[in-house]
Design a protein around this ligand. Structure first.
Ligand SMILES: [Zn+2]
Length: 147
């Protein structure tokens, strides 16, 4: 597909007009190594058809994409032995459906990202508690006290 910014980079790869480290394909999906990996084995699973977002795929295309992702994740687990393979889909940078498969080990960038996200999810309760009158009064008393 040709958009405002020229040909779609993933369509070019699917059609074989651009090089890529292709590691798996099936009838409706192609898996390639991400050329800017977070970790070793970071893979993108692309739909063969140009579709902006994964939720716009036809049912058989989404089944194919998920099956390709599962197969590649098993290969990653067998070959690279991470703790697990994280899967997500976004689509802001390149609007052609692709699933990220990122092998993850404790302490790596993805692990730290999700730990930060979980901390953020849990934060509102702690922050709300800080605003409670009893907590505010206790904090004020602590700071008013002379050492
Ligand atoms: Zn495309």
């Amino acid at each position: 597909m040709v958009g405002e910014k020229g040909p779609c980079v993933f369509c070019e790869i699917v059609e074989g007009r651009s090089p890529a480290y292709r590691i798996y394909e099936n009838d409706r999906s192609v898996a390639i190594l991400d050329i800017q990996p977070f970790t070793r084995g970071h893979t993108l699973v692309l739909s063969r058809r140009h579709v902006g977002f994964w939720h716009e795929l036809e049912a058989d295309e989404s089944a194919s994409l998920f099956e390709a992702a599962r197969e590649v994740a098993r290969r990653i687990m067998r070959s690279l032995r991470p703790d697990f393979v994280c899967m997500y889909a976004r689509g802001r940078r390149i609007p052609h459906t692709h699933i990220f498969l990122v092998p993850s080990l404790g302490g790596d960038v993805l692990d730290r990202f999700f730990n930060a996200l979980e901390g953020f999810q849990e934060a509102p309760d702690r922050l709300a508690e800080l605003k409670q009158p009893a907590t505010m009064e206790e904090t004020a008393r602590l700071l008013q006290a002379r050492g």
